[in-house]
Design a protein. Structure first.
Length: 762
C-alpha cells in the first residue's frame, strides 16, 4: 500500500490523498514548464509554489476531514468528537508554523506570506474573518498519518528539488510545535502563535504591486488543484495560422452563397503587426478575421480573449469561433468558451450535460479562446470572481476589444485602467477596434497602448458610400406614410427610439403590420426567441416587407441588413451604429436613413452628456442632407460633433481611472476578495440592476428547475425593484417575483407610471 492510500481526499471513486496530490503536482509541473521561462519569477518563488501544491491538502489527513468523508460514504467514522473543519486551515497553519520557526521571529518573516495565504484560501474567499469558524473547533491529526504525509513529501521533494531536502526537517519541527494545540491558541498572538503574526507581516507588505505576487501564488495552486480534481490536463494550447482562418472564412462565405476571393489589405496588414493595434474600420471590414490574424502571432500557450459590448454579440461570435477552431486533440474539449452573466444558461441550451465545473473553469479564462463581455475583464480589477486565475490567464494574452466606441466615460475609465495594469504587470497585448471614434479618444488610446502601437485604418471601405441620410422635422408619427410605403415596397424597415415606453407605444400603433418589438425589458427566453425570429425573417423572407421596432440595444447586438432606418436623434456615434444595420452588404442601391427629432425625455434623461450633444448632432447631419455619405464622412461628422469634448476631462472617467486601486486598497487591502456592497463595483453606467421574474410566470414555475426559472429573468433598475412589490421564490430564494405587466409582444411594463427619470431602460 502506498504511503497515503489509507487517507481519503475525495469520496468520488474513493480517491486517496496520495493520488490527488500526485495529480496536483503533475498539473503544477505542467504550469512550471509552460511559464517558468517567461513569468520572470526567481527559483525561490517556484519552490514556494511547489511547497504550496505539495502541502495544500495536508489538513485532509485530519480526523475531522476523514470523519466527514466517511459519513458521506455512510461508513463508520474513526473517532467521535471531531466535527468537520476546513482542511486548508490546517494546511496553512503547518506552513505558517514552519515560517515562524525558521525565522525565529514574528517580526522577520523571510518566507513569502503570499504562498501561505494561497493555501489558506484555495477553497475560500480571502476575508478578514477567514478563520473565525475554525478557531472554536477541536482538531486532530494522528501521529502515524502525519508521519506518512511527511514521508510522502520527502519523496516528492527529493524527486523534484533534491537540493532542498533540509526543508522537511523544518516542516517536521513545525508539526511538533503545532500538534495538539487548540486552534484558538494557534490563531492568537500569544505564545508564539502562528496565524496572526503571519497575517500581520502580510499586511505590512500590502501594496498594489504585492497584489501580483499573491495572485500568482493563488492562481498556480488553484489551477493545478482544479485540473487535478477534474482528472484532466491543462487546456491544450491553440496553434493556428493564416491558412486556417482563410479556409474557415471561405467555408463560411460559400455556405452563404458567395465566393471568398482572399483577405483584404486591412486584414493582411493586421496579420503582420506584432504589437498593440488601434483599428479604425467600418462595419463589414472583416475586423473579426483581422484581429484573429493578429492574435495568431503567439507562442501557443497565450490566451486569446475577445471582448464585446453585449451578450448577444458574444454568443454569436462564440458559435462562429467554435466553427473556426473546433475541438482539441482529445476530441472532447472545445478550444473556445463564452463568458458573461447568462452564458451558463446559453451553454445549457446548446448542451444539457454542460456542467458547473466546466463553466467555473471557463469563467476564469482557462480556455485557449474566451469570448466575453468586456465586464469579465474589468471585474478582475475589483478582486471579484476568481480574479486571481482570470488575471493570471491574461499574462501575455492577446486581448481584442470590439466596439470600444460603445462605452461611456465611466466604463472607458475602467478599460484604460485595465490596459495600464495588464500591460505593466502581465505583458498583455491589445487589438482595439472601433468604427467611430473622435481624434481625442484615438489619441488617448494610442498613448495608453504604448510606443509599439499601430493605428490601422481600413481606408478602402472608409471611402465607400452606402447610405443616404435625411434629417426630418416631422415626428415619428408624422412619418408613418413613409414607413408604410417602404413596407409595401417589400423593404425591411428598422425603427429605433430612445426609450422602451416609446418602442411599446409604436408597436401598438403598427400592430396590423405584425412587427417585432425588441428592447431590454424582455425575459431571457423571449429575447432569445425574438432575436432568432428577426434573423429568420431576413433569411427566409428576404424580399418581404418587415418592421422591427427597437431601442438602442440594436446598435451592437443584431447582425441584420435592412433597407430603411427611421431613428430618433441620438449622439452621432449612436446614429452611425444604428445606420450600420442598413445596407450592411453595400448593395448598389443606397440605404435610407431618416433621423427625426429627439424627445425632451431623451435629452434630459437618456443622453445628457456631453452638453448639447443631440442638437449638435442634428446640426452636423443637416449639412449632409439628402446625399450619400462615405464612412470617412461619418468619421468626420463624429469629429465635428465631439471637437469640444475630451473624455479625459469627464469626472466619471477620471474617477474610474483610479477606482481599482482605491477600492482594492480601502475595501480589500489589495488582497482580500471583495465582499461588500456590489454597487461599488459596477463596470458600466446603469448596471445598478436587479434580475427579477415577472409575477405572471409564478404559477407555471412552481416546480420548475433553476435553469427554467433563469430563462424567465429580466433585469430592471434597482430603484424600480425597491419601489415595487416583490416576493421570493419558495424553493430558490434568490429568484424574485416582481409585480408588473408582461407579455411576449411588449415585454415588461411597470404598473404605476413613474417619474420621468425612472422609465428609460434601453
Amino acid at each position: 500500500m502506498a504511503m497515503l492510500d489509507h487517507l481519503l481526499a475525495k469520496t468520488e471513486n474513493r480517491e486517496s490523498l496520495g493520488k490527488h496530490t500526485d495529480l496536483v503536482l503533475k498539473a503544477w509541473l505542467q504550469l512550471r514548464d509552460r511559464y517558468a521561462t517567461v513569468l520572470g519569477e526567481d527559483e525561490q518563488f517556484w519552490f514556494d509554489s511547489f511547497i504550496a501544491a505539495l502541502f495544500h491538502d495536508f489538513g485532509k489527513a485530519s480526523v475531522n476531514f476523514q470523519n466527514m468523508l466517511l459519513a458521506i460514504l455512510k461508513e463508520p467514522i474513526a473517532e467521535k468528537g471531531y466535527d468537520p473543519m476546513r482542511h486548508e486551515f490546517l494546511s496553512g497553519l503547518l506552513l505558517a508554523a514552519h515560517t515562524i520557526l525558521v525565522t525565529r521571529s514574528r517580526k522577520d518573516l523571510s518566507a513569502n506570506p503570499a504562498q501561505l495565504f494561497a493555501v489558506f484560501t484555495h477553497h475560500k474567499d480571502f476575508t478578514p474573518d477567514l478563520f473565525c469558524q475554525d478557531a472554536i473547533k477541536q482538531w486532530k491529526i494522528k501521529p502515524n498519518d502525519a508521519g506518512a504525509f511527511f514521508a510522502y513529501a520527502r519523496q516528492r521533494i527529493q524527486e523534484h528539488y533534491p537540493d532542498k531536502g533540509d526543508f522537511l526537517n523544518g516542516i517536521e519541527a513545525a508539526w511538533e510545535f503545532m500538534a495538539n494545540k487548540p486552534a484558538s491558541l494557534l490563531l492568537s498572538v500569544k505564545d508564539r502563535a502562528i496565524t496572526e503574526p503571519t497575517l500581520a507581516r502580510l499586511k505590512e507588505q500590502r501594496e498594489y504591486s504585492y497584489r501580483k505576487t499573491y495572485l500568482l501564488h493563488k492562481a498556480l495552486l488553484v489551477i493545478a488543484d482544479w485540473t487535478a480534481s477534474g482528472h484532466r490536463n491543462l487546456e491544450e494550447p491553440l496553434r493556428y495560422d493564416e491558412e486556417l482562418i482563410r479556409r474557415k472564412v471561405a467555408e463560411r462565405v460559400q455556405k452563404a452563397g458567395g465566393t471568398f476571393t482572399g483577405f483584404r489589405e486591412f486584414q493582411d496588414k493586421s496579420g503582420q503587426i506584432a504589437g498593440n493595434v488601434l483599428a479604425i474600420a467600418p462595419t463589414g471590414s472583416g475586423k473579426t478575421e483581422a484581429s484573429l490574424l493578429w492574435a495568431s502571432q503567439r507562442e501557443g500557450f497565450e490566451k486569446i480573449v475577445y471582448l464585446l459590448p453585449t451578450r448577444v454579440t458574444a454568443n454569436s461570435l462564440y458559435l462562429r469561433l467554435g466553427e473556426y477552431f473546433g475541438k482539441a486533440s482529445d476530441g472532447v474539449d472545445d478550444y473556445t468558451a463564452v463568458v458573461h452573466s447568462s452564458a451558463k444558461l446559453f451553454r445549457l441550451e446548446l448542451d444539457e450535460t454542460y456542467s458547473n465545473f466546466n463553466y467555473l473553469r471557463e469563467a476564469a479564462f482557462f480556455k485557449a479562446v474566451t469570448v466575453a463581455t468586456v465586464d469579465q475583464m474589468l471585474t478582475q480589477g475589483f478582486n471579484l470572481g476568481w480574479w486571481e486565475m482570470k488575471t493570471f490567464h491574461l499574462f501575455r494574452a492577446k486581448v481584442i476589444i470590439d466596439e470600444v466606441h460603445a462605452y461611456a466615460p465611466y466604463t472607458l475609465g475602467l478599460i484604460v485602467a485595465s490596459i495600464r495594469y495588464l500591460r505593466q504587470n502581465f505583458q498583455t497585448q491589445f487589438y482595439i477596434m472601433t468604427a467611430t471614434m473622435p481624434q481625442k479618444l484615438q489619441a488617448l488610446l494610442t498613448r495608453e497602448l504604448g510606443n509599439d502601437v499601430t493605428v490601422l485604418r481600413d481606408q478602402e471601405l472608409l471611402d465607400k458610400k452606402r447610405n443616404v441620410f435625411h434629417v426630418e422635422d416631422r415626428t415619428i408619427d408624422q412619418l408613418r406614410p413613409d414607413i408604410e410605403q417602404d413596407l409595401k415596397a417589400g423593404k425591411k424597415v428598422l425603427v429605433v427610439v430612445n426609450t422602451v415606453d416609446e418602442a411599446i407605444r409604436l408597436y401598438d400603433q403598427y400592430a396590423d403590420y405584425k412587427p417585432i418589438c425588441y428592447h431590454s425589458r424582455f425575459i431571457v427566453k423571449h429575447r432569445t426567441e425574438k432575436e432568432q425570429a428577426i434573423l429568420n425573417n431576413e433569411k427566409e423572407k428576404p424580399k418581404e416587407g418587415f418592421l422591427l421596432i427597437a431601442t438602442q440595444v440594436v446598435e451592437v447586438s443584431l447582425d441584420i441588413d435592412y433597407q430603411s432606418l427611421y431613428t430618433e436623434n441620438a449622439p452621432i456615434d449612436a446614429i452611425i451604429q444604428r445606420a450600420g444595420r442598413i445596407n450592411r452588404k453595400r448593395r448598389d442601391e443606397p440605404g435610407k436613413v431618416v433621423v427625426f427629432p429627439h424627445s425632451e425625455v431623451a435629452e434630459k434623461h437618456v443622453y445628457d452628456y456631453p452638453a448639447g450633444i443631440l442638437n449638435t448632432t442634428l446640426d452636423v447631419l443637416k449639412q449632409h442632407q439628402g446625399v450619400a455619405v462615405s464612412e470617412q464622412d461619418l468619421l468626420n461628422m463624429v469629429e465635428e460633433v465631439y471637437k469640444d469634448w475630451n473624455v479625459e476631462n469627464e469626472e466619471l472617467y477620471k474617477d474610474e481611472l483610479s477606482k481599482y486601486e482605491r477600492l482594492v486598497r480601502d475595501k480589500c487591502s489589495y488582497l482580500y476578495d471583495f465582499s461588500e456592497d456590489m454597487e461599488q463595483v459596477f463596470t458600466r453606467e446603469g448596471l445598478d440592476t436587479v434580475s427579477i421574474i415577472p409575477d405572471c410566470f409564478k404559477p407555471e414555475l412552481v416546480s420548475a428547475s433553476v435553469l427554467e426559472k433563469s430563462k424567465h429573468e429580466v433585469a430592471i433598475r434597482n430603484h424600480r425593484f425597491k419601489s415595487g412589490k416583490h416576493t421570493s421564490d419558495k424553493d430558490h430564494s434568490w429568484f424574485k417575483y416582481f409585480d408588473c405587466d408582461y407579455d411576449f409582444e411588449r415585454g415588461l411594463r411597470f404598473k404605476k407610471k413613474a417619474d420621468i427619470p425612472h422609465t428609460y431602460n434601453h
